[in-house]
Design a protein around this ligand. Sequence first.
Ligand code: APR
Ligand code: PHB
Length: 390
Amino acid sequence: MPMRTQVAIIGAGPSGLLLGQLLHKHGIDNIILERHTPEYVLERIRAGVIEQGAVDLLTEAGVGERMHAEGLVHDGTQICVDGVRHRIDFKALTGKSVTVYGQTEITRDLMDARRALGIPSIYEAYDVAPHDFSGQHPRVTYRHDGKEGAIDCDFIAGCDGFHGVCRKSVPPGSIKNYERVYPFGWLGLLSDTPPVSEELIYIRHQLGFALCSMRSTTRSRYYLQCSLAEDIDAWPDERFWEELKLRLDDEARAALVTGPSLEKSIAPLRSFVAEPLRFGRLFLAGDAGHIVPPTGAKGLNLAASDVYYLWQALIEFYKQKSSAGLDHYSARALARIWKAERFSWWMTTLLHTFPDQAFEGKMQAAELDYIFNSRSAATALAENYVGLPF
Ligand code: APR
Ligand code: PHB
């Protein structure tokens, strides 16, 4: 006998877990199917800058307690160009701030809350496949503990990330993908050392972009722009710290505390959007539908706005018997997604070293000078960084 639920959610990343939590709060049944173990999901290290809108949504979902207690509220950020630091004052320019709190911790808080409420999740679900979503009776099949399983549902939420099965399951002619791959990656290092600065520092340097970020007052996250061909084994911690020092300004170089890495990895940079995000009764949300390069930390925040629109649409369907929200989900979500895609592409283009740098380098310098000397230009950056409304 197949199980039955209202919304079958594929993927237990931040998108799937947040959607499940919000639906449960409003009495809508859901089951999550996740390919990996919870421990594996929690091992992935990702950005940690949360917009106020996402903070509010997590709070609404009942998982804000630890984020409010441990998150660091940042009223601005620093941009360092040619060894000189400039501050973008979010609070003065927009009245808003961001919260620095690791995505891993958000995922952990969501998992703990789901477990405490006893909402069903099937981890280590293999060969998950969405079926019949173009009709009225979708079904998800999977394999778990060596047995075949099936879930009949009203809707399928594809929250299974960029490499997930949902986007790949729609007929090729019904989806269009937009993509840009950048000619470099980010080499990231996490360490239990105090951050070099109270605020994040985005660094444009002729050797390549660098970013000084943090997870807490005792844990730092640093990144270096690197070649895509880079071998992680060629980067012992000492080499990473030496290269970072070269890209820092004098004050930061003097303040930098180094230490052993807890994690070190190389990530490629990509912009990607699939259109549309709805296929009958299958909806894509989060990384399943789009990817941003990490410059500006929009990944999790965009997942949150998708989830917000989808959650509202499902409430409308179940409580008001109206399909209007579901019909508008894709267009509403994409309108915000494309603006965040633009901002992430722009921040990436503004701050990285490109192979053919002569003209582009001059454009970057002119644009940065404009931002540092025009309140309007700085406000445009700040307004996007703290997050456009949803
Ligand atoms: N079956 C079941 N689960 C799957 C499958 C599958 N075929 N494919 C992928 N998954 C799971 C992955 O194991 C992962 O746990 O779906 C989950 C997707 O999670 P994320 O990749 O974290 O995507 P999302 O929840 O949309 O989170 C978006 O995370 O990737 C970052 O930058 C991104 O911050 C953004 C946020
Ligand atoms: C991070 O802390 O990992 C981070 C912060 C800001 C970014 C990207 C990543 O723009």
